[in-house]
Ligand binder design. Sequence first.
Ligand code: FAD
Ligand code: SF4
Ligand code: SF4
Ligand code: SF4
Ligand code: SF4
Length: 417
Amino acid sequence: MAKKGDMLYAWTNDANIKEKAELGGAVTALWKYALESKTVDAVLAVTKGVDLYDAKPVIITDPKDLAKTAGSLHCGTLLMAKLIKKYFDGAENVKIGVTVKGCDMMGMYELAKRKQINLDNVIMIGVNCGGSVSPVSARKMIKEKFGVDPEKVHKEEIDKGQFIIEYEGGHKGISVDELEEAGFGRRTNCRRCKLKIPRQADLACGNWGVIGEKAGKATFVEVCSEKGANLVSGAVKAGVLATEAANPKGLEIRAKVEGAMLKLGDKWRKKNFEALGEGKDRLKKIMAETARCIKCYGCIDACPICYCVECTTKNPKYVAPGYLPVDFMFHLIRYAHIADSCVNCGQCEEVCPAEIPNALFMHSQQVELEKMFGHMPGVDMSLPLLAMVEEKEERARLNNTGSDMIYENVFSPVSKK
Ligand code: FAD
Ligand code: SF4
Ligand code: SF4
Ligand code: SF4
Ligand code: SF4
């Protein structure tokens, strides 16, 4: 019987899944068991679309169709959380299993705390994530840095710090550091990401720490909740999954790799945020860049935290309709509403037709707010800063005292730490 806290090597006994899986096929085998045992009604996972660079979300209800979701697509820039809110009524009346990267999982928590997703009806299998590459950049990188026609590539992977491609006639790997120095590689939000092992999901699966004869053949599974433990135990009992305790040396290696990835995330945060400058300089930069905005609302549609039926940015009192360049107020509204909860998923930047680094701007503010108030979004059900404030009382206090210390009553114990 598996239990919360277990660290396991796991692999599937299903030949079809084994053939297509990224590693041991544990994730897909667990979903197979979840569907067959009716633990979930449906699984939301990812499958290859028109080509390798097109990761497509897919809903599976028949376990026979699961094999097509096996394998990792590193050029997919999807976010799963909003799909559950949008197309499954937040899992209110359906039990859903979903494969999540760190950012997917963080989006799930942000929507759950706003009562837009019912986590009681969701099982999350997390996959460790070193980062993803945007499809356009991946094609350009393969052509220019690898000297290979992107159409001829049939497999890509990120392993031991290298981006590796297999193509008609050979395979080639280049270090991710080298690619990123040259302006390619992982998305910029992924470089700053520090949620590498999604322990707030029910299970956290990956390849880090799988060593010895199981290397490349088993999935490393960290059991993070009772729900996760039950799923593993059930799948083993049903004969679709086999497990053994992880090699202690493997555990050490996994911890070291995670530590190195976190340091790398810090390095990129420093680099990106310092380049933005501080105070008024930062504001000026943000205003200059956002002046290109064509108010297509793409960033709002894509953001897991934006779901309001009546968006304030559409209120003509705040943002004059029908004018370009758009009022800076459009962006100020987003910063005011989202910055405390931004999970740095990169979606708002990914979809922006004006190529405005929206995620960078929002993430830089989120990190400042986290330093000031100690609230980390996406990792639990704790409410965002503004939810802790009685607005009317706060306004009255500011009025009566002439103070400009907004929310002092609520946050002073934290901010004086
Ligand atoms: P499988 O049985 O093959 O199942 C894989 C699952 O992942 C399926 O449900 C599939 O639909 C889903 N999936 C595929 N692509 C995506 C995507 N883009 N977004 C969301 N879900 C997806 N592990 C590490 O230890 N270190 C890493 O640095 C690392 N980086 C990763 C980066 C990305 C973008 C992804 C998607 C995964 C990464 N992983 C990493 C996890 C690893 O590749 C395997 O997914 C994991 O070990 C499970 O292996 P498996 O054989 O059990 O999975
Ligand atoms: Fe992975 Fe983090 Fe990038 Fe999400 S933001 S794809 S979890 S590296
Ligand atoms: Fe993701 Fe952008 Fe929303 Fe932040 S503001 S959560 S990066 S879409
Ligand atoms: Fe809601 Fe504000 Fe996002 Fe508009 S910008 S959808 S009002 S959170
Ligand atoms: Fe403006 Fe870009 Fe957002 Fe569209 S996606 S509204 S262009 S910032």
